[in-house]
Ligand binder design. Structure first.
Ligand SMILES: [Zn+2]
Length: 779
């Protein structure tokens, strides 16, 4: 019945390649042709041929009580690391993809050997892991082991890939055993107990079990047992509560929701997956297509205020691409899914891999602060930006990298309903109903794409995606123009004859792309490529200010330069910048700087109801007083509207303040986004002085200027700070401190979301006890 629902909802089954279903006999394998993609794949395949299977099996054998004299692995596969075993799961998937798409007998034999060896490690109850089953007793007892179901998912998914792509029946049999074992554990838990178990990262257990259900017809209820209410309920109600979620943990669950819709047709799963994708891509992603800072989602719309060396964990995007593939197959009219897919592949995933490594080593994060880098310090997981290694790393990203770089072929084409869709511009070739369809292009470095059709004359529809960014795209069939609209498929139905060629021209232009939380900050794109400034060994301390009028292109190449921070810097496609520091976001000076008073809050005429500042909100017990707003020190504060300092290249902030008592770290004012991006004045720090400070997320230290004294108690005092080439702090009109060389410019702060008087961005800090008046911001 549910399968019927799926069919009647208009989703063509052929568009949903259920794992285990053999490929349509009329469609051959997609083969990559020489390109940046194939280069990456070849490096990872070299690792797949090289890696010692006995070492990858060592802890599985030890756990099963079998002899093993292999050298134990290091990193996150070391014998004392709880996550051990996950990489062997990724290895199964990587080998399956590589063996399938390359039609490679050696890789197929290695795959079969690995599967057969794992079969010998599986316990009679179906348990298969590199750590003992007692870890699951701990999990169910409410302890917090490091993600045991996460590793089970990786192994299960790897076995399903072995079965789907290579047809290995042993792999399916082991997978069914793992599912039966999972059912025996989960079956003994109440729903409440299970929801507690789901608090510990479990990867995409639901995804793998739905995929298994699609093959065998069993285990649907078991898959549903991994519905995590805390995540699924708000998403099903289209509420964005992502701030504070661990991104990679929760993206994987949503991939499972998409798989649930594909298998059951249940609308709630589709809502969860579709809404989540929209929010992550449009509200929580950096310009390269990655998301999350230090692995956690922030509030919607925070990008420049959430920069750091640990942004964009590469696993997050690996999982977002999985989600995107499924959503596109659910709704094959959505070219925005493919636009995101291509953008994230080009600007994050291809570049996660070190092009100078023989084995396709990858970074863990793709950092996006001005101090970020891709440079090798021999694979330390703890070192952001360093590349992984053969046996000493085994981070989650080393594992997902094995799949990412062997799976490029899979989404290039689709053949749903007899229509051939060219989804991605990756040089490749495939046969379809006797026709050979070939993509030839230098994309993304140039914008001309040829799709040729060869073989006997046949009538079918060929759809070619025109990317949303490609204004003025042109499409020709054998030299005859056809309509091509950006952000849609160009659909060509005709009798295709040998030698027919479709030519798509995508004009490659540079575009400055503004950040959502700071209209002054931009990244630079050239066609589909995000460009990065190369900084060698010396990164800028803060985002540099670039002069867009100085942008130059090297003739005939996707290489540029621009004057930023006062010097000319080289810009290259980000994917090609390795072994050095780089910078992706720049402040651009405002075309017409705002000058004069920007905002003024007297805060002293409240009872006159003149509504001169209707947009200031007295909160937490703040009350109007004779001279200003009275703040009780226990929660009272003033909330000013968002966006006050946006696009100001210099600014002066001033206020009158009267302290009734003084506590360290209270705030006279604090304009910012979070505890990493702010501009504040405190009456006293631990050093016993008043301080003005500002910082943007990703800067190593803040810019500050200290007064000689703390602010006095019991008297009205005028404070003023001037932010320009220097930072100047005045008390009662007298300069009390100067910072002659701040690293940051006022422009970088942007359209601050949270602007407070008497309250800090940091909820642990005390509230101001006293009164404030005449808050003024000018430029
Ligand atoms: Zn990861």
């Amino acid at each position: 019945m549910k399968r019927r629902t799926l069919l009647s909802s208009g989703v063509a089954l052929a568009a949903v390649p259920l794992p285990g279903a053999p490929a349509a006999p009329t469609t051959g394998k997609v083969r990559l042709l020489p390109s940046r993609y194939l280069d990456n794949m070849n490096r990872t395949v070299a690792y797949l041929r090289f890696v010692d299977l006995d070492r990858m099996l060592h802890m599985f054998r030890v756990t099963a009580g079998l002899p093993s004299d292999a050298v134990p692995l290091g990193g996150w596969e070391a014998p004392d690391i709880q996550l051990r075993g996950h990489s062997t799961g990724h290895l199964l998937s990587g080998l399956a993809q590589a063996a399938h798409y390359l039609d490679d007998a050696d890789l197929t034999a290695r795959s079969a050997a690995l599967v057969a060896a794992l079969a010998t490690c599986q316990a009679p109850n179906g348990y298969l892991s590199a750590f003992p089953e007692t870890v699951f007793d701990d999990l169910e007892a409410g302890k917090n082991p490091w993600a045991p179901y996460y590793t089970v998912h990786k192994i299960l998914a790897g076995l399903l890939d072995q079965h789907r792509l290579l047809g290995d029946p042993t792999a399916l049999r082991i997978a069914e055993g793992i599912a039966d074992w999972t059912g025996s554990r989960v079956g003994g838990l109440t729903r409440e107990q299970m929801q507690k178990v789901l608090h510990v990262e479990f990867g995409g257990m639901n995804e793998a079990l739905f995929d298994l259900h699609a093959v065998t017809g069993a285990h649907e209820q078991l898959a549903r047992a991994f519905d995590h209410d805390e995540i699924f309920v708000p998403l099903s109600e289209r509420r964005d509560t992502l701030a504070g979620w661990h991104a990679n943990t929760d993206i994987a669950k949503v991939v499972g929701a998409a798989a649930g819709y594909q298998v059951t047709g249940e609308q709630r799963y589709r809502t969860i997956a579709g809404y989540f994708w929209d929010q992550v891509v449009r509200q929580h992603s950096y310009v390269i297509g990655g998301n999350a800072n230090a692995e956690f989602f922030g509030p919607p719309g925070q990008v420049v205020s959430q920069l750091g060396e640990n942004t964009c964990e590469n696993c997050n995007t690996y999982n977002m691409l999985k989600l995107t593939r499924r959503l596109y197959r659910i709704d094959p009219s959505r070219t925005d899914y493919l636009d995101y897919y291509e953008w994230a592949l080009l600007n994050q995933m291809l570049g996660e891999q070190d092009p100078d490594s023989a084995h396709g080593n990858v970074t863990y994060y793709t950092g996006l602060s001005s101090t970020a880098s891709r440079k090798g310090k021999e694979g330390l997981v703890s070192d952001p930006g360093s590349y992984s290694s053969d046996y000493g790393n085994f981070s989650c990203d080393h594992g997902t990298g094995l799949e990412t770089h062997t799976g490029f072929a899979e989404p290039i084409f689709d053949f749903a309903g007899g229509t051939v869709s060219v989804n991605l511009f990756i040089p490749s070739t495939v046969t379809f109903q006797g026709s050979t369809i070939t993509i030839k292009t230098g994309f993304p470095y140039d914008g001309r794409v040829h799709v040729t059709v060869d073989g006997p004359a046949r009538t079918f529809t060929l759809r070619v995606r025109v990317p949303g960014w490609a204004r003025d795209a042109k499409l020709h069939v054998n030299g005859v123009a056809h309509p091509a609209h950006p952000g849609a498929f160009a659909s060509l139905r005709r009798t295709w004859r040998p030698g027919d060629v479709v030519t798509l021209d995508l004009p490659m232009r540079t575009r400055w792309l503004p950040a959502p939380d700071n209209p002054a900050v931009h990244a630079l794109a050239y066609g589909p490529l995000v460009l990065a400034a190369r900084y060698g060994t010396t990164p800028p301390a803060a985002l540099p200010i670039a002069d867009p009028r100085t942008l130059r292109r090297e003739a005939g190449r996707a290489e540029f330069s621009v004057v930023a921070g006062g010097t000319r810097v080289r810009l290259s496609p980000f994917l090609d910048v390795h072994h050095e520091h780089y910078n992706v976001y720049f402040a651009l000076p405002p075309a017409r700087p705002r000058r004069g008073t920007v905002a003024e809050y007297p805060l002293s005429d409240l009872r006159e109801k003149r509504h001169r500042w209707p947009d200031a909100v007295l909160a937490g017990g703040a009350v109007p007083g004779e001279r200003g707003v009275e703040l009780n020190g226990t929660g009272a504060h003033v909330v000013l509207p968002a966006g006050l300092p946006a696009s100001l290249d210099r600014l002066t902030v001033s206020a009158w303040v009267r302290l009734d008592s003084i506590t360290n770290s209270a705030r006279v004012f604090d304009l910012g986004f979070n505890t990493q991006s702010y501009l504040f004045l405190t009456p006293r720090t631990g050093l016993g002085r008043a301080r003005f400070a500002m910082k943007l997320g990703g800067m190593e230290t803040e810019d500050f200027v200290d007064a000689e004294i703390p602010l006095p108690i019991g008297v009205w005092t005028h404070v003023e700070v001037r932010v320009a080439d220097t930072l100047t702090f005045l008390i009662d009109g007298t300069v009390t401190g100067v910072n002659p060389a701040p690293k940051m410019n006022a422009l970088l702060l942007g359209a601050t979301h949270f602007n407070f008087l008497g309250r800090s961005q940091n909820p642990k800090h005390p509230f101001l006890h006293g009164a404030v008046a005449d808050f003024k911001l000018s430029s």
